[in-house]
Design a protein around this ligand. Structure first.
Ligand code: PEP
Ligand code: MN
Length: 264
């Protein structure tokens, strides 16, 4: 079902009039994690003012260590939904377990499957039973074939609304947090009809590289970008402040991107 052989035309996912996978670029921006209502309200305002369409923010955070901040949980879903409504933005948030799929889907417009859960097959199966669009991140050590098979689990269950997200893979290089595999973008477009989103924030792990890799992703054919932005990155509650853009950098990035492709 994910293959272009059986579905030659691009899939366009229309979420309340925002068409993902068409001729326009979708921009998802926001912090790594939901920290407080005030933080999300202010960042939502900035994402909207800059011309973004989707507010990102994790209520449930998959952390490498068990003692790190794990996210604010269900309360974060409510904070995201409220800010999305108030500022006229769609919302995306990560879901980590099958049990939380329904409540996350009640609150968010797009559900994100994180890199660590790409092969959480029970989660993928559950996401196949609903119609809420899913942004599936590539596992950091997964091949294209494994990635597309993970998407296939969701599609096979009956949910056709899947976006593929390249977010960097693990290589021998340690200067960057991950290696953003730009080649994935044209390859996934060749193999599949699903929209392809790029995540240069996690793909590089370094703020100063995000702008360039966003532009490179668009040049490579990405249908959209998911970008971390924070009003006070140095004090962010996850380690992802170092890869988060300042609001003025985010606004300038969108201005530049608009010269490359029309935004949604
Ligand atoms: C995130 O988007 O904040 C995140 C945890 O992403 P990934 O699963 O790609 O590490
Ligand atoms: Mn993050």
């Amino acid at each position: 079902l994910a293959s272009r052989d059986f579905h030659p035309d691009n899939t366009v996912i229309d979420i309340k009039g925002v068409r993902i996978g068409g001729d326009e670029l979708v921009i998802m921006g926001g912090p790594c994690a939901v920290e407080s209502p005030e933080q999300i309200d202010e960042i939502a305002r900035l994402v909207k003012a800059a011309g973004g369409q989707v507010l990102r923010g994790g209520a449930f955070k998959p952390r490498t260590g068990p003692y790190s901040f794990q996210g604010v949980g269900v309360e974060g879903l409510e904070i995201m939904a409220e800010a999305g409504k108030k500022h006229g933005l769609l919302t995306i948030t990560e879901v980590m377990t099958p049990e939380y799929v329904d409540i996350c889907a009640e609150h968010a417009d797009i559900l994100q499957v994180g890199t660590r859960n790409m092969q959480n097959f029970d989660l993928l199966r559950k996401l196949g039973t609903i119609q809420t669009p899913v942004l599936l991140k590539r596992g950091f050590s997964s091949t294209y074939d494994e990635f597309l098979n993970a998407a296939e689990y969701i599609l096979a269950g009956g949910n056709p609304n899947v976006m593929l997200c390249e977010r960097g893979i693990r290589t021998f290089e340690t200067y960057t947090r991950n290696t953003l595999d730009l080649t994935a973008i044209p390859v996934l477009h060749q193999l599949s009809h699903l929209p392809v989103i790029s995540d240069p924030s996690h793909g590089t792990g370094r703020r100063e590289l995000v702008e360039t890799m966003c532009k490179a992703s668009v040049a490579a054919g990405a249908d959209g970008l998911i970008v971390e932005m924070h009003t006070d990155p140095d004090n962010s509650m996850t380690g992802d402040g170092v890869q988060s853009l300042f609001p003025d950098q985010f606004a300038k990035l969108l201005q530049d991107l608009e010269k490359l492709a029309p935004l949604c």
